[in-house]
Design a protein around this ligand. Structure first.
Ligand code: PEP
Ligand code: MN
Length: 372
């Protein structure tokens, strides 16, 4: 189902300076000096539209720095007055919303630990009813698109039209190079489900370290995201939260200068012709892939029939090992990555098992009846 929400596109928002719609600032507001020094430098970067700073910080363990609280809202107000930047902070309950609005905060975001909880999102939505403020909903920590969409709908129902989503990656138990897994297919599917909703990528929380910020930002731009949220601190190594992933304003400027922004659409008729033809070819190959898969499943079902008649288990590990080894070699010879071969063949194998399972369990009651 494709959802229509009453949202403006980011480019219609006050303060939009072109793609990427850039939100930057420290993970946390720590002192007035740190906030002001960072903001003054960020205001000199032409792409920055919104200055962000966490005032109330959700921390994994107690006794970590949990934010300066309401005091910091005054600093954000000063940033707005002195630099002309819009200012934004995270809200996690109705009290945060009321406090932030009292201090004229322009943008509120709902963090990943809050968007998982429909009770809290509803509480925030009720507090926002009828207010004209910009709101971003970060993805929930777990990769659940429906939960993300549900949170966006709740905020939309409060009448918020300057509404957007932030993709900040998803938590996994396994340690990977990134702090949070991007699972790009989720924001892509979100775009398909709510085509007019602006989507911002937060490479800082996906990466967890400075090292991968550029490649993640570039990927988000190539996928036609509307903007980026990048954490920036005047002295990142001394930051009280998320020190490893924050950039100095200078390094942020350098990262932005290396970003390649491609056009999402073209009106050049010749190029459209060529692309149209190539897309037709892709459609033909996609149809052929589906036909091949259907044929493969038919064979799997026939094997299932034999296994059933001869009482053999479905899963035969040595056969599966053989298949995966063979396709890995073959795939790599054809320039396909190990990762894609692994993902595709695991999915195909699982589908084959499901088809065989259906065959083997079909008529099982007859078989039992016959035995009695
Ligand atoms: C943040 O933006 O600093 C933050 C806490 O984000 P998240 O909710 O994505 O962890
Ligand atoms: Mn942070």
């Amino acid at each position: 189902m494709v959802l229509e929400l009453k949202t403006h596109m980011a480019k219609d928002w006050r303060g939009y300076k072109g793609r990427p719609f850039l939100i930057s600032g420290p993970c946390s507001a720590e002192t007035e000096e740190q906030v002001m020094a960072t903001a003054i430098q960020l205001a000199q970067i032409k792409e920055v539209s919104v200055f962000r700073a966490g005032i109330w910080k959700p921390r994994t363990r107690p006794n970590s720095f949990e934010g300066v609280g309401t005091e910091g809202l005054k600093w954000l107000r000063t940033v707005k007055q002195e630099t002309g930047l819009m200012v934004g902070t995270e809200v996690a309950n109705e009290k945060h919303v009321y406090e932030a609005l009292k201090y004229g905060i322009d943008m509120l975001w709902i963090g990943a630990r809050t968007s998982v909880n429909p009770f809290t999102v509803q509480e925030i939505s009720d507090a926002l009813n009828g207010v004209d403020v910009m709101v971003f909903v970060k993805n929930p920590i777990n990769p659940d698109l429906e939960l993300w969409i549900g949170a966006i709908e709740r905020i939309s129902r409060a009448g918020i039209t300057k509404l957007g989503a932030i993709h900040r990656g998803f938590s996994t138990y396994e340690k990977t190079i990134y702090r949070n897994q991007p699972n790009w297919q989720l924001p892509i599917e979100l775009r398909r489900r709510i085509p007019d909703l602006p989507i911002i990528c937060d490479p800082s929380h996906i990466s967890g370290s400075r090292e991968y910020l550029h490649e993640i930002s570039q990927k988000a731009m190539d996928l036609n995201f509307d903007g980026l949220m990048l954490e920036s601190h005047i002295d990142p190594d001394k930051a009280l939260s998320d020190a490893a992933q924050q950039l100095t304003p200078n390094d942020l400027k350098e990262l932005l200068s290396r970003l390649v922004l491609r056009n999402p659409v073209t009106s050049d008729p010749k190029l459209l012709d060529i692309l149209g033809e190539l897309r037709l070819q892709i459609d033909v190959f996609d149809d052929a892939l589906i036909d091949i898969l259907e044929k493969r499943m038919k064979v799997a079902e026939t094997i299932g029939q034999y296994k059933k008649e001869n009482n053999i288990t479905i899963l035969q590990t040595t056969r599966w090992d053989e298949i995966i080894k063979k396709v890995m070699i073959n795939g790599q010879l054809k320039g396909l990555s190990r990762e894609v071969i692994d993902t595709i063949f695991k999915a195909i194998h699982q589908e084959s098992i499901n088809h065989q399972m259906k065959i083997m369990n079909n008529g099982i009651t007859n078989h039992v009846k016959r035995k009695q």
